[in-house]
Ligand binder design. Sequence first.
Ligand code: FE2
Ligand code: FE2
Length: 265
Amino acid sequence: MTSRITKRLTELLNDSTASVEEVATVISGDPPAAAQVLRAANSPYYGFHRTISSVRDASCLIGMTTLRTMLRIPQTPSAVSFGDSDRMERVATHSRAVAHAAKIVARRVYFPNRDKVYAAGLLHDIGKFVIASGSAREQSEIDRLIRSYRIPATQAEMLVLGSDHAAIGASVLNQWDLPSSIVEAVRLHHHPTRSENALDLCGIVSLANIIAHRAGLGVAPEVYELDPVLLDYFGLSRASIETMEHQLEDLWPDSEAQLEMSSVR
Ligand SMILES: [Fe+2]
Ligand SMILES: [Fe+2]
């Protein structure tokens, strides 16, 4: 988890009057914590194998007692260990922006499952957390390539690791039994039209990523071209993308303030 969220969650989990909804709100702001909770809820233990897409539902299903144990224990060796750094905070902030943008796009294109869209947006760059929690030498080499050659993160990651954050993130979430459409949206968030089974979700997350970057809520350089095929598919114009960008800019300060307030009771 990122350090900011760890602090908030610790406060809430130590407070016997805190509700699971309050904890869920904080978890919904942090990609690694959300991934962990979705992983648990989709495990065979609960019998809802790969069907829980909502971070809130997952938190309620698991319950406060397990959340307390699960989110306090150090990561087990089989799990991905997420370190604390400015990088993590930046990626987490960008991920929240994409999650909110994804809900805006979903409303615009009448996609019904807003919780799934939010989760897919929140987790789309989870591979960046995985890479950052691996070898520091490889991460700094990726950063150097991006800076020196002004290439997208995915290209630098391919050169250093032979894979990129989209594929790495999807592979982890697949191993963690997350719903397959979310796995596909993460894997194809830079190439949504390659989707065979979840084009709507992949397209929404991809557009949300572009909208967040245009609104100044991005991280390292990625591929941000608006794909005319995708715009056509959803019946969207470039002007409507701009409108959604302004909608994100308008709601962003309030949504971040709400997350801050969720720990101050
Ligand atoms: Fe990405
Ligand atoms: Fe992104």
